[in-house]
Design a protein around this ligand. Structure first.
Ligand code: SF4
Length: 436
């Protein structure tokens, strides 16, 4: 019995929400805990400490965090809790209200997890929220997917968007030196990774605080020997336009997925100004047009906020027109939701029914375009990297050079392998391939 309690005390359960960067922080926290003799459990039942790595980017997500924290506390009143991620840094008073006894580890303090667990297990409440400029790269990790290395290339951003709460949690841009990123990638390749995700709030402004650029980083990564693929994370148009020609050139490397994730948020310059986004719809269009012209088969993802305060029907029509003209492969559509303490909180809201109607309208347009774009691939042959199992037995999901998700059927375990397939069908969300 005593031994069981001792084991329980050294058993940690980590639950992760939010962006790739948050996932990479959970991977490092699990790696460090394991290295310090703690057991990592995949379910809360038998764990002594519950770590919730939170996200508050959108209102519905925050509500989910609140509900989850409360239900875990109710179900496991005797277990210790640590709340990590953006919530303790961006919504401190809310966290103190729903879980005053929980220890806190901010999004810039993941390396303090060992001290946090030790103190919490000794019934000492601790809060690690100060930004000491921790270096999260090149630490041991327990990966969610052993073939994928998620590399946080920088934290924070240079933006000041009127709707955003992330800035308050993650702060101003801090880029990792290229050398540290290369070392992290080389370590992961030795551990068997085949795919690398470069991630940050805004990969576009990477290096502006240390005198390098995203293009410099991509060109250095492309020199690393071996066969692997790199997905470049979200980059804001105002930085991409400044390095467009060089960025397009850097994408010519076989190692770089022909995948561009560039959030536009609105097609109306009026709305972009109110959002404090510092580019125009025309500049977004120029980026997409030039990328498509010079990077064959490039996949374009973007993000749109529907119903931002003051968005008129005319503004919304401009967004629809921009999507129709640029034909992105996928659009992440968000209904505007107020984030506390942001500039947008003070602005006059668009009514909920209008937001819902606009969201439906743009979703229909996006679905039509996504399917059209995917149908273009039918009959083509491509080399894909298999990174994850599909939903059903003998199904696997791979990515081709354009980072298109391709579902295949095979009895062989091909995870981490490159195979050649012919595209035999297309769905809105993915392609279907046959190994040849
Ligand atoms: S660029 Fe804007 S939306 Fe993105 S994290 Fe920074 S402030 Fe938020």
């Amino acid at each position: 019995m005593r031994q069981r309690n001792k084991d329980k005390k050294r058993s940690i359960y980590i639950e992760t929400y939010g962006c790739s960067a948050n996932q990479s922080h959970s991977e490092v926290m699990m790696g460090l805990l394991k290295e310090n003799g703690y057991n990592i459990f995949r379910s809360p039942e038998d764990a002594g400490v519950l770590v919730i790595n939170t996200c508050i980017v959108k209102e519905p997500t925050e509500k989910r965090m609140i509900f989850r924290i409360k239900s875990l506390k109710e179900k496991y009143p005797d277990k210790k809790m640590i709340i990590a991620g953006c919530m303790p840094a961006g919504e401190y008073s809310l966290v103190k209200k729903i879980a005053p006894e929980a220890s806190l580890v901010g999004p810039n303090n993941s390396l303090d997890i060992i001290e946090a667990v030790k103190n919490t297990l000794n019934n000492t409440h601790v809060e690690y929220l100060d930004d000491k400029g921790e270096k999260i790269l090149c630490h041991p990790r327990i990966r969610f997917n052993k073939f994928i290395n998620i590399v946080e290339i920088s934290k924070g951003c240079l933006g000041n968007c009127a709707y955003c709460i992330v800035k308050r949690a993650k702060g101003i841009l801090k880029s990792y030196p290229i050398k540290a990123i290369l070392m992290d990638i080389e370590m992961s390749l030795k551990e068997g990774c085949k795919e690398v995700w470069l991630t940050s709030q805004d990969c576009g402004c990477y290096g502006r605080d240390i005198g390098v650029t995203l293009v410099d980083l991509i060109n250095e990564i492309s020199k690393i020997p071996g066969e692997f693929r790199v997905r470049i994370g979200m980059a804001n148009p105002n930085y991409v336009i400044k390095m467009l020609k060089d960025l397009i050139n850097s994408y010519k490397s076989d190692k770089i997925y022909k995948f561009l994730h560039i959030p536009v948020q609105s097609g109306s310059n009026e709305v972009l100004k109110k959002m404090r986004r510092v580019y125009t719809a025309e500049e977004f269009k120029e980026i997409v047009t030039k990328f498509k012209k010079n990077t064959p088969n490039v996949t374009v993802w973007t993000d749109v906020i529907v119903g931002f305060p003051g968005e008129t029907e005319k503004d919304f029509k401009e967004t629809l027109k921009l999507i129709e003209e640029t034909k992105p492969d996928f659009v992440n559509i968000s209904k505007f939701g107020v984030r506390p303490g942001t500039e947008a909180e003070k602005m006059k809201k668009v009514d909920t029914e209008t937001i819902k109607r606009r969201s439906r309208e743009i979703s229909n347009l996006v679905d039509r375009i996504s399917l059209e774009k995917n149908k273009d691939w039918i009959g083509r042959t491509c080399k894909i990297l298999i990174t994850e199992p599909g939903r059903d037995k003998n199904q696997y999901m791979g990515r081709n050079e354009s980072y298109k998700p391709i579902l295949i059927e095979t009895e062989k375990n091909l995870l981490g392998k490159f195979v050649t397939v012919r595209i035999i069908d297309a769905k809105k969300t993915h392609l279907v391939g046959k190994i040849i």
